[in-house]
Structures are given as C-alpha cells and as structure tokens.
Write a protein that binds this ligand. Structure first.
Ligand SMILES: Nc1nc2c(ncn2[C@@H]2O[C@H](COP(=O)(O)OP(=O)(O)O)[C@@H](O)[C@H]2O)c(=O)[nH]1
Ligand SMILES: [Mg+2]
Length: 438
C-alpha cells in the first residue's frame, strides 16, 4: 500500500517547457466522492478549515499585519456539486444550488430524486466552462480546490456530466480523488469489499490518483481496514469467523461481534468464497492505493490527509499529466495531418492548368499518375515557403479573371484570362473539364 509522503510538486515534474498544457498552478483540486452519508460534505468542510488554520499558523506576525489592509487569498476554495443538499457545514465558494433549482427540475421534468440530481448536474455541466474559468483563476491563489459531490455516488461517477467535470478539471490543474469511506459501516467484509470495488472502479475510470479516506475514526478505528488491505490472510481469517455481512467489533480486532458467530459456518458460503476471490483480485489495487484515517469532526488524521494529497499531486504530475500531454500532442498531430490532407485534396480537385494537371493543355501523363505526384505549389503553401508567389486573393471563378497559377500560357501566380482563346481550365472531380472543350 502506498504511504503518505510530504513531497511537493516540482517544476521539473510538470513536463517540458514546450508543453501544450497550461502551466501547473499552485492549487490541487480534490474531488470528494463517496457513498451517501459517508461524510463527504463534513470532510470537505473540515479539510478546508484545517488548511485555513495551517495557513494562519504559518503566516508570520508581520505578514498578518499587512493582510489587515490587503485581504489575503483563502488557502481553500470549495465547490458544492450536490443540488439536493439542504444544509452544508461550510460556505461554498461556488454552489450548484445558486444556478439550479433541484425541486423545480424534478417538477418540470416529472422526475424522481435521482433523476432530478442527474438532470440538475447535466444542466450545470452546460455552464461548467464558466465555473472552470473561475477555478483556473483561483488555482493561482489557493492551495486546494475541494469539490463536494452528490450523495448518490453513481450519479456523479457514471454520468456524462460527472465525466466532463472530472476530465476538464484534471486537464486544467493537478487533481486527485478522495474516496470517503464510512469506517464504522465498513467493518463487515462484504461492505468493505463493496467499497473497495467502488473505489477501484472510480480509480480505473478517472485514471486519477485516488486516496482512500477512512472517515469517522473517532467512532471506529480503521486499523482493521489497513490490515485487510496489507495482508490477505487477515481478511481471509475475518471471513472464516462468520458471514461476510457480519461486523467486526468497534475496537477492530476481529474478535467480538464476528467471533460470536464464528463457528466456521460462514467459510463455505457462496458469499464468502466470492469475497475470497475478490480480495485476491484487489491485491494489485491495494498495492497502488493511498489510505488514510481521519475524523472530520475532531480533525484527527488531517495532517496525514494533507501530506497524502501532496503525494497524489506528485503522482498526477509524473503520471497523469505526461499522458495527457501525449494524448493532446497526438490529437494535434492528427488534426494537422487531417487538415493537410484536406488541403491536398482540395488543391487536387481545383488543379488549375500547369504541367502536372492541365486538362486543357494536356500533359501527356494519366490522371492517376498526376494524383500521386505532390504538387510543389501546395506543399509550398502549406509550409509557408517563400517560393509560393500567389498573392492570397480569392477570385470568383465567374469573374472575368481568376488566379491560374502555372496555367499553360501564364506564369506562376499570374492572372489568366478566361474566355475565348484561354487555355487554362478547372478540372472537376468527375474527369470532365470546365469550361467544356469546344
Ligand atoms: N462522528 C463522526 N460523524 C461524522 C464524521 N463525518 C461526518 N459525520 C456525520 O455523518 C453524517 C453524514 O455526513 P455528511 O457530510 O452529510 O455526508 P455526505 O452525505 O457524504 O455528504 C452527518 O451526521 C455528519 O455529522 C466524522 O468524522 N465523525
Ligand atoms: Mg453531502
């Protein structure tokens, strides 16, 4: 299992200076995702408070005096993406509820609660470019941009709007996912496994660094979870003690509640053998994942969360961003090649006189042969070379004069008179010539 590290971002990790991506900003954005009631909003507020407290403590007294006159930027910026939440324990900087009235969406579109959240999120996503503009500006001033997502986890993770929000955020700044787990409700192997599978699928879908945040450790220590993740046999032992849906005790030492049903009866059940196999599959995931325990109410473990976000930022810079850069580069190259090919085809279709393709003058070569030859004038134009001496003026072919580069009787780039006696012509695609030969 990856452990928290306090490494910070470096310019070198940000990639080459010829990057097609915007420069790496100061902020790291943290997408807070998790099941309903796991404590996402409480965690988002607590993280913001903690970051602010840390910043205030680190600020020297002299600097504090200056800030009384000139307001300093806040070290965290929170975005609420849950349209259905009633009250929040923090003051969001951007709130989806300011733009979208979730209840009206439900009424207007005749939807239930889940459909209402999904449609609200879709409507909000149509404005997300504006939100992203704000976040990009803020990213230069704050350390963290925290995004609190709707309780219905699948609405955010598997909807088009969730994907658009995640991808556009991740291409604008270092981004990681904080997957919040309700630790007291995860002590049964089955619920633990279900949470891990969810986290795993989110990690592979977003391809972003993921942090497992075991929340509410003031109620239940997360040691059992760390043990299950690091040692497959302890998870197997927990399964042997009873049904996969039974909880371990509050101390997390696998005796107590689970032991009371532990006559070995659970070990042979379908559920238990499924859990066993799943745990083996997830072994690789556990090796690449960062896990921290935190209490969003007491702030216990918050410093670990911060250092883990730092490590996740580093991972983004060394793994996600270069891949993003590569994809963007290849898209640009493909687009350039497509444009080049289009120009080449267009010039072939509009070939005007000249040695290679003068239909009226007759070159002696076949049309197929001509097509294989690259027209040096087209190549020159696309490269912007000096030897292209057209003046760039587009002339209406119906006008008396048009630009006939290399026309049989004209010099390259010289206007050629069309009409009786003109030898230039425009070859059109079906092999006929215009104007038709007399
Ligand atoms: N004891 C304890 N309760 C918490 C903690 N974090 C959240 N809660 C409670 O869990 C409930 C759900 O929290 P909320 O943030 O609304 O969850 P969300 O639906 O995931 O956003 C609330 O009653 C919170 O007070 C924590 O760390 N410790
Ligand atoms: Mg919430």
């Amino acid at each position: 299992m990856a452990t928290p590290s306090s490494s910070s971002s470096s310019a070198a990790a940000a990639g080459p200076s010829s990057s097609t991506l915007p420069p790496v900003p100061r902020a790291t954005s943290v997408l807070v995702i998790g099941m309903a009631g796991s404590g996402k909003s409480t965690f988002a507020g607590a993280l913001s408070d903690y970051v602010s407290q840390q910043a205030a403590q680190q600020q020297p007294a002299a600097a504090a005096e200056v800030t009384e006159e000139t307001p300093q930027s806040s070290p965290a910026y929170i975005v609420n993406l849950d349209p259905a939440v009633n009250s929040l324990n923090y003051e969001p900087s951007v709130d989806i509820r300011d733009t979208i009235d979730y209840k009206r969406v439900m009424e207007e579109y005749n939807l239930g609660p889940n459909g209402g959240i999904l449609t609200s999120l879709n409507l909000f996503t149509t404005k997300f470019d504006q939100v992203l503009g704000i976040l990009e500006r803020r990213a230069a001033e704050v350390d963290q941009i925290i995004l609190d997502t709707p309780g219905q986890i699948e609405i955010f993770t598997w909807s088009a709007s969730g994907t658009i929000i995640t991808d556009s955020l991740a291409s604008a700044m270092p981004t990681c996912v904080a997957y919040v787990v309700d630790t007291p409700k995860t002590t049964a192997p089955a619920t633990f496994m279900s949470n891990m599978l969810y986290a795993c699928s989110i990690m592979y879908k977003t391809k972003l660094p993921l942090i497992l945040v075991f929340n509410k450790i003031d109620m239940q220590t997360h040691d059992f979870a760390l043990e299950w993740m690091s040692d497959f046999e302890t998870f197997q032992a927990a399964l042997q003690k009873g049904n996969a849906t039974d909880n371990v005790d509050v101390a997390g030492n696998l005796s107590g509640a689970r032991k009371s049903t532990g006559d070995g009866s659970g070990s042979g059940s379908y559920m238990n053998s499924l859990m066993n196999s799943m745990a083996l599959v997830l072994d690789e995931f556990y090796n690449n994942i960062r896990a921290v325990g935190v209490s969003s109410t007491t702030h216990e473990g918050m410093s670990d969360v911060l250092s883990t976000i730092s490590a996740a930022r580093q991972e983004y810079l060394t793994e996600y961003r270069p891949e993003l850069e590569r994809l963007r580069q290849s898209r640009v190259e493909k687009e350039n090649a497509r444009k080049k090919e289009e120009v080449r085809r267009m010039m072939k279709d509009l070939r005007v006189g000249g040695k290679g393709g003068n239909p009226a003058g007759g070159s002696g070569g076949s049309r197929a042969e001509d097509e294989d030859k690259e027209d040096p004038r087209v190549t020159a134009m696309m490269r912007g070379e000096e030897d292209y001496d057209g003046n760039g003026t587009l002339l209406d072919p119906d006008e008396e004069e048009y630009m006939g580069q290399g026309a049989a009787q004209g010099q390259a780039g010289q206007p050629v008179r069309r009409g009786p006696g003109a030898t230039g012509g425009i070859s059109i695609d079906d092999g006929t010539q215009w104007p038709p030969a007399a």
